[in-house]
Ligand binder design. Sequence first.
Ligand code: UT7
Length: 329
Amino acid sequence: MIGLGAWLPPRHVTNAEICSRLDTSDEWIRTRIGIAGRHAAEPGTATSDLAVEAGLLAMKSAGVEHVDAVVLATATPDHHIPGTAPTVAHGLGLPEVPAFDVTAGCSGFLYGTALAAGLLHAGTCRTVLVVGAEAMASAVDPDDRATAPIFGDGAGAAVLAAGRPDEPGALGPIAWGSDGSHAADLWIPDGGSRRPVHGTAEAGADRCIRMQGKEVFRHAVRRMCQAAQEAATAAGWVLRDVDRLVVHQANARISATVADTLGIPAERVPSNIDRVGNTSAASIPLLLAHAATGGDLIAGHRVLLAAFGGGFTWAATTLVWPDDVEALV
Ligand code: UT7
């Protein structure tokens, strides 16, 4: 990893604003999820707009004006058709590079990173920009208290370049998987090919994110623990040597349970969910950038990363924090 950037849309949405519309409370949102506020893109601002901002910062951080490919992880594309990554590449002034979307929910950034690592390893590319970006507010039902307090908008991006596995900044092996039998536990029910919505409006169609929170919580803990353990072992690490555990910011109680189960002390588990909420595919790069700029990630730190999301999907990998990357936010 040679560059890292993150971008949050300026509008900040407090719990008080959420509570003014829903039967919930600031106290419930803080204690049950760990969120005090989140950011929301203005209407008219799309996922690609957020992705371009983060991508520009990541490329500036890397000191590069060109990358050989753009991988965009998102669950909230600008449109069903076409993919959003070409729009991002165009916005970055890279109009002809290969660019494609990865749809793996909140695990998308780590999935995209694994794909990029494969492209670099095969010699297909020398540099790849991996972006995780979400305009979750565009997909959340503001009247659904099971989701509206949780999700936030944002984007994070990393530039990956070919290198040696033993040098700082090197990504380790990926441990990943999926379980499609749980597709309906975190989904947008209508508007896809299974339940198409034709025309501009269809009575009863549900095109908002719906989540079975308890079920997702249980599987998130189990799968992230399993994947993190596998990734650490594959990298030749033991868990007590992990300097930082970077967990997808879904719920502060999920992160705490994962850390407890793995035996990693709380002071080694950075968090930004209190101010950004659950930003899905943007969560991991946003947290890396915030932890780095806050001085909580330093050169040589052994970082274990884990994510879980809709699909279900999950992924974990390792990263030795580089000594010459300045994250830009
Ligand atoms: O990013 C992808 C991964 N996403 C996740 O991992 C999210 C995983 N799930 C969660 O984070 C949690 O399940 C939630 C935050 C969604 C819900 O928290 P919970 O502790 O699992 O709550 P619950 O669904 O068990 O509900 C507990 C109580 C219920 O009331 P009763 O039946 O005990 O009277 C709910 O009706 O809390 C109530 N409740 C709420 N109260 C105030 C549920 N949502 C709310 C709310 N405000 N927003």
